[in-house]
Write a protein of this length. Structure first.
Length: 143
């Protein structure tokens, strides 16, 4: 424990790669199959295909030119915003953005210097506006 926790990196690095207790678990597999049934029955891939251009427009229109943003990309409802690293504190900026968003009631994750978003497939446009608008506001607070 001490070896991993003491030498894991800065305190704002939250992830630790390990196996998961739910990997190949029968109940998790059943839930996954049920989710696939809903995906097909409710034609969610088609919904995402119809709404993805709106989400893409929000990402690029609202986040282009924001402080420290070096790349904006998306595929369907998956979005990624790469931030310039902060000197000798790698991962600091994405951590700060994720925490600022959490304080505003919006959850995102980050990996490396990239903010990662994967909204649910039934997300309404008002929620997309809230997600990207909150991210834009939080990016403006970066130092």
């Amino acid at each position: 424990h001490d070896t991993f926790m003491t030498h894991a990196g800065p305190d704002y690095v939250l992830e630790f790669a390990h196996g998961y207790t739910y990997s190949a678990h029968p109940v998790a597999c059943a839930a996954g199959l049920a989710a696939l049934d809903i995906l097909v029955e409710e034609d969610l891939p088609d919904r995402v295909a119809r709404e993805a251009p709106y989400f893409e427009g929000l990402l690029h229109d609202q986040l282009r030119g924001k402080p420290y943003v070096s790349d904006i990309r998306n595929y369907g409802f998956a979005g990624a915003i790469t931030l310039e690293a902060k000197g000798d504190e790698p991962l600091r900026r994405p951590f700060d953005v994720a925490m600022a968003m959490w304080e505003r009631g919006v959850l995102v994750r980050y990996g490396g210097d990239t903010i990662q978003m994967a909204p649910h497939f039934v997300m309404e446009r008002a929620h997309m506006d809230q997600l990207v608008g909150t991210l834009a506001d939080c990016l403006d607070t970066l130092q």
